[in-house]
Design a protein around this ligand. Sequence first.
Ligand code: ADP
Ligand code: MG
Length: 385
Amino acid sequence: MNPKRLRQKHHQLFGSEAELMVRAPGRINLIGEHTDYNDGFVFPAAIDKAVYFAVSQNNKGLFRFYSVDFDEYFEMKVSALSRSGTVWANYLLGVARQFVKAGHAIRGVNCVFGGDIPVGAGLSSSAALETGFAFALNRLFNCDESLLSLTKMAQKAEHEFAGVMCGIMDQFAILQGKKGNAMRLDCRSLDFDYAPLELSETRIVLCNTKIKHALASSEYNSRRKECEQGVQILKKYDPSISALRDAGIVLLEEHRTELGETVFKRCKYVLEENNRVNEAFPALQKGDVASLGQLLFQSHEGLKNEFEVSCGELDLLVDLARRMEGVSGARMMGGGFGGCTINLVQKVHTEDFAKKITESYRKATGTSPEIYVVKIAGGTGEVMI
Ligand code: ADP
Ligand code: MG
């Protein structure tokens, strides 16, 4: 994607120059999966794949959007702002709705956008769309919203217009990511610490199954409910528990029968995953890639067996990675049921890893995964193009 093309397209479609160009990256998450909506800990970073936006105001009272990647135009009256039948437009409309709710006068908006974040791969292209557009509206209409409220508006857009009850991690990392750093985020207090991702001899390699099973978003919402059910039961015995983040494994074991096997497993995974994030942070600070890698493998086991959000294709990629030379760790990443695995691979073995995992995966499934070696980039911002 050449962002200059977006400028040209903007001019061609709307007859005027874009007033603003914005870049919003995708994100990885080293560890801490499905913990954000349990008030827990996560460890994400923004990457060098992004969505770009060329935007301007119009005085026609219209939302006029063009998706370069889908080659589709969408238009709606600002006065009629509501969910539409065009799925991709909802991510932008959902954001606009939050601005209106916050009392901002959003007049007409022209927006041409496109990028290179693989869609539906667990790199959060949806949050990049929301966050980037929120950043753009804030600038375009001088709304003076803080980074934190932009983060929350983008999250709300996903809840209300995409119907996915996501946590805060994706929008947070996409907005406040920092080049060369991962961020350990406390999803309750929203305090965060950057940790330099100086893995000099290690590369972060993503393997994209290119699959997204249809049940991904319904299962996401049902996992959220199961976690809430766990909280409802546990808080009867310890009123200080308002999220799984507050519960301990002993209490969980004590009430295993009442929780039922499914809810018990979900809760156990979340508790253990939170602990893993808190072990991963010092490991990374010490440059202890071996320990970090082991935590990734453990995370995958939990996601597969206890949280049950993996799938055959993801398990296959992790099993293949486990047996390959130079791999310190691997796990599925994102909501699950498809998308990518994240792998920590020694630099000297990266090429070999990519070749061999592609071959073995193709032999087993008949399709090739896509492999990306990602760099850690900065968060959302204006770009001069
Ligand atoms: P993920 O966030 O993991 O990439 P989602 O299913 O949550 O996957 O979001 C993907 C959806 O976001 C797409 O179906 C599309 O509607 C929208 N989207 C993402 N990137 C783009 C893009 N570059 N152009 C148009 N729509 C996009
Ligand atoms: Mg998404």
